[in-house]
Write a protein of this length. Structure first.
Length: 281
């Protein structure tokens, strides 16, 4: 169910957990329009052939709907990670290849709803197109649904500036680190250990700070440089078992055998980075 919801709402709302109510509303609208797209309305043939055939786009619409349904089942079977969404961390979007199918089905549904109150002229019977309240109501409904989906999609656009401050903020952080370390070699470490500190490594090296490489196991040796810089992510405080801003860094230094270090500076560089600068004995 979650894989299906993500598949049909992603083109309009983005990640479903970021906008739960808008995503549920979008899912209901998309499901309605897909159902309308699958309705086989009778038509008269303008060439004068016997009336009563299905709309020419209906077989393709059914193929698209079937492809969407089969793909959702296959994704749920072979990519079950799609059913798990971790807030504030990268999430898989293997379902994004279905976006053209979803948008095509929505477009067909809107077009069919727009013309629901109008019958195609039957040349053999000589009747003209119907008009009146039915046609006006269907067109108003199609326009309203299109406007709602467009509004939801536009408001889902990502912000112009990254929420974590992006490059300008981390570049400023590297300048502050450099003010404390000078051009001394730096050992750079990340907390938790499975998250690298490369977000700070690049701006530091770009400014000319020599950053020592980690050992083959990925561990940082604080004894190898006169300065140690630790980048801690508060999102993982519970995983680490200690909070960033002191306890987590102290535990890391004890584990690395560098209890004698002196704290030079500590500051936050956005909501996901607490940077601590230490001087080794």
């Amino acid at each position: 169910l979650l894989v299906g919801l993500r598949s049909i709402t992603w083109p309009f709302t983005g990640l479903i957990t970021d906008r739960a109510m808008a995503s549920l509303a979008t899912a209901m609208i998309v499901a309605l329009l897909v159902a309308i797209a699958l309705v086989g309305r009778r038509r008269g043939d303008p060439a004068g052939l016997p009336a009563g055939g299905l709309l020419p786009d209906l077989p393709m619409t059914r193929w698209l709907a079937a492809g969407l349904g089969v793909s959702v089942v296959l994704l749920a079977t072979f990519a079950p990670s799609l059913a798990v969404i971790v807030p504030e961390l990268p999430n898989d979007h293997y379902h994004a290849f279905l976006d053209p199918i979803v948008l095509a089905l929505v477009g067909v549904g809107l077009a069919r709803l727009w013309s629901a109150g109008t019958t195609v002229r039957d040349q053999s019977a000589g009747t003209g197109p119907a008009s009146g309240a039915g046609s006006v109501a269907s067109r108003l409904a199609a326009g309203a649904l299109a406007l709602v989906l467009t509004s939801i999609a536009v408001t889902a656009w990502p912000p112009m500036v990254a929420p974590d401050g992006g490059w300008p903020l981390v570049d400023e952080a590297s300048a502050r680190v450099l003010a404390s370390t000078g051009l001394e070699p730096v050992s750079l470490a990340g907390i938790p250990p499975f998250k690298s500190a490369d977000a700070l490594r690049f701006p530091l090296e770009r400014r000319g700070t020599p950053v020592l490489p980690a050992d083959p196991d990925g561990r940082t040796d604080p004894a190898g440089a006169p300065m140690v810089v630790i980048v801690c992510d508060p999102l993982f405080d519970e995983v680490v078992g200690a909070a960033c801003g002191g306890p987590a860094e102290d535990a890391w230094l004890v584990d690395a055998g560098a209890e004698g270090t002196r704290l030079v500076d500590r500051f936050e560089a956005g909501p996901r980075r607490v940077i601590s600068i230490y001087e080794t004995p």
